[in-house]
Design a protein around this ligand. Structure first.
Ligand code: HPA
Length: 266
């Protein structure tokens, strides 16, 4: 058990959430939907990152959504902050240690799909790691050789498709390409990513997916489209634009996750 997991167990009287959720830029509001919430600041949890990005709080919210006990991470660390691809290692391992069997990841992303404009949601069905780094560098033992096929759990994806239909939400699907950031991509890089099969681009999520799969957790991930990827629109890319456009997609993602948690995840 990680030190952070011990602190959480002590502060919550042994609360054992089944699902961990990481909220990306603009998605912080989801934490307000957690009932009987117990909030722990990241500063109390060893290895949890004080996030430096505007739009991210730094706290863990433990409680219930629907019938499901959850641990919601409001704020994540990014590779681009300190050049550390393992920046989310303690967070993911702590979620696993306190009981989470599933990890739901959200992020803001640029879209390479003409049909997925700002405000749309893209459910990830695979990824391409363009950074050349792994959160499992320096690990020893055989568990580091993680099978990444079907990393994005097919049965949860099917559930989310059904929930989206039932709620009248258009849920796009695609491959997420992880760029290191913090600069945005060039137009040429986006053309390359398109050729390679990417549908969305972003600066997060992939390290958490790798860490979660190493820990045998099921993974689901959704991107809120905050902008068309570089070179695909005349609007200049900026973090302000990301935050301004996040709300519409965030509302959809909140509906999808809430409905997912009201059903059974197993
Ligand atoms: N590229 C990378 N990361 C992002 C983008 C983008 O276009 N939009 C939001 N996060």
């Amino acid at each position: 058990m990680t030190d952070a997991a011990k602190v959480i167990k002590k502060k919550t009287n042994g609360f054992a959430p089944k699902v961990g959720i990481v909220l990306g830029s603009g998605l912080g509001g989801f934490a307000d939907a957690v009932e009987d919430a117990h909030v722990i600041g990241y500063e109390e949890l060893d290895g949890f990152p004080p996030s430096g990005v505007h739009g991210h709080a730094s706290r863990l919210v433990l409680g219930r959504v629907g019938q499901t006990d959850v641990a919601v991470c409001q704020g994540r660390a990014h590779y681009y902050e300190h050049g550390n691809p393992a920046a989310m290692k303690e967070v993911v391992r702590t979620l696993k240690a306190i009981g989470c069997e599933t990890l739901i990841l959200t992020n803001a992303a640029g879209s390479l799909l003409e049909e997925a404009q700002p405000g749309a949601v893209i459910m990830l069905n695979d990824h391409i790691n363009l950074t050349g780094v792994s959160p499992l560098f320096n690990e020893t033992g055989n568990s580091r050789f993680v099978d990444m096929v079907d990393a994005y759990d097919p049965s949860i994806r099917t559930k989310l498709e059904t929930i989206a239909k039932d709620n009248g939400i258009t849920l796009h699907q695609g491959v997420y390409a992880w760029f290191c950031g913090p600069h945005f991509e060039t137009a040429a890089e986006i053309r390359m990513a398109k050729t390679l099969g990417a549908d969305a681009v972003g600066m997060s999520t992939v390290p958490e997916v790798i860490l979660a799969r190493e820990a045998s957790m099921k993974v689901a991930a959704m991107s809120i489209v905050t902008n068309m990827a570089a070179g695909m629109s005349t609007t200049a890319l900026s973090h302000e634009q990301t935050m301004d456009n996040a709300a519409e997609g965030a509302a959809k993602v909140q509906t999808l996750i809430t409905a997912l948690l009201e059903g059974s995840l197993s």
